[in-house]
Design a protein around this ligand. Structure first.
Ligand SMILES: NC(=O)c1ccc[n+]([C@@H]2O[C@H](COP(=O)([O-])OP(=O)(O)OC[C@H]3O[C@@H](n4cnc5c(N)ncnc54)[C@H](OP(=O)(O)O)[C@@H]3O)[C@@H](O)[C@H]2O)c1
Length: 314
């Protein structure tokens, strides 16, 4: 396998850092795209020490900021002609936080980081991805989307510019699920849009993975306690790094696009049943994607919002 150039967002911690070690150890050129370069130097040293690979670079990227994404892409293109793999791994999940937070562009922070940032980053890197003969994008989603088996659960899109910030109940946990479902919908749409460019786009549906102390500290005490109780039953980040690697490099996935993939590296089918025992079975198997993910109207609405936000906010 020839060396690939790989960008991993949020590569200073957790799954992103493990994935950086995995790709770098296999000899690929890895760009750790992290929002705090100073704080990420420790992770950078760890990746280079473990992998013994000199072709590892640390670059500044705040995926919640359109300006930062633009700056990152300009800098990347000034150094590299081709990009083979983009992993949209970074995410905002300060579960338990109740105060409405906005991105530098005035967009609700969870959506800015987990949905619209990955959209703009992928869009702006399309030209360099097109130059690869095997370009792949992987979006990190979550099993939290199983909440959408509930037919009443819909993505709330009417409060993303702070419209109801003082009147509507706000929860980062709820927005996390919504923003990741929106990312999954964008994955399906991007796969269609980028097909003629030869860029494959998939999502990985991530289950509970061990969380670092730093990330636990960002959660409210209640969510921290729940996360700590779950830790012993959670997967090590290295297991998901292996999944990232397989989906982004293997022959098995070379022609797969527009799919959600589980922790066993299996493509997950759409749920088939609307009610009864069959529906419960599908939900509890964690192996089916809720039907809502394929809702065309919502997908188009999110795509349009992503286009308009990223075009109009400069
Ligand atoms: N752990 C789980 O149980 C679990 C379950 C389902 C899905 N996932 C998904 O897996 C992915 C990796 O999560 P993880 O478990 O490895 O958590 P993590 O260790 O907290 O990693 C998240 C990374 O995202 C970065 N990040 C957050 N906001 C950013 C921004 N605006 N710009 C750039 N980077 C930003 C963080 O950087 P800082 O250090 O600067 O904050 C951190 O490096 C995420 O997409 C998450 O949603 C995780």
């Amino acid at each position: 396998m020839s060396n690939k150039t790989v960008i991993i967002t949020g590569a200073n911690s957790g799954i992103g850092k493990s994935a950086a070690v995995k790709f770098a150890s296999a000899g690929h050129n890895v760009i750790l795209a992290c929002r705090d370069v100073e704080r990420s130097k420790k992770a950078y040293r760890e990746v280079t020490d473990v992998s013994k690979n000199k072709n590892v670079e640390l670059m500044q990227l705040d995926v919640s900021s359109f300006q930062s994404i633009r700056n990152f892409c300009t800098e990347f293109k000034s150094k590299y002609d081709v990009l083979d793999v983009l992993i949209n791994n970074a995410a905002f999940f300060e579960h338990g936080k109740k105060e409405y937070q906005m991105s530098p562009d005035g967009i609700e922070l969870t959506f800015a980081t987990n949905t619209f940032g990955p959209y703009l980053l992928s869009e702006l890197l399309k030209d360099v991805l097109t130059k690869s003969d095997d370009a792949r994008i992987l979006n990190a989603c979550t099993e939290n989307i199983m909440h959408f088996f509930d037919p009443k659960r819909k993505i709330e899109l009417d409060n993303l510019r702070g419209e109801f910030r003082d009147t509507k109940q706000y929860s980062v946990y709820k927005n996390y699920g919504d923003s990741k479902m929106a990312l999954l919908m964008l994955t399906f749409k991007m796969a269609e849009e980028y097909k003629s460019l030869g860029i494959k786009v998939n999502a990985i549906i991530i289950p509970g993975v061990k969380i670092t102390k730093e990330t636990l500290k960002k959660m409210s005490p209640g969510y921290r306690l729940i996360a700590m109780i779950k830790q012993p039953f959670s997967l090590p980040p290295e297991k998901l790094a292996d999944c990232y690697y397989l989906i982004c490099t293997s022959d098995e996935f070379v022609n797969i696009t527009g799919q959600a993939v589980n922790k066993h590296n299996q493509v997950m089918p759409a749920a088939k049943h609307d009610k009864g025992f069959s529906k419960t079975k599908e939900l509890l198997s964690f192996n089916y994607i809720p039907k809502y993910a394929y809702d065309k109207e919502t997908t188009e609405k999110i795509w349009d919002m992503a286009v308009i936000f990223s075009l109009n906010i400069r």
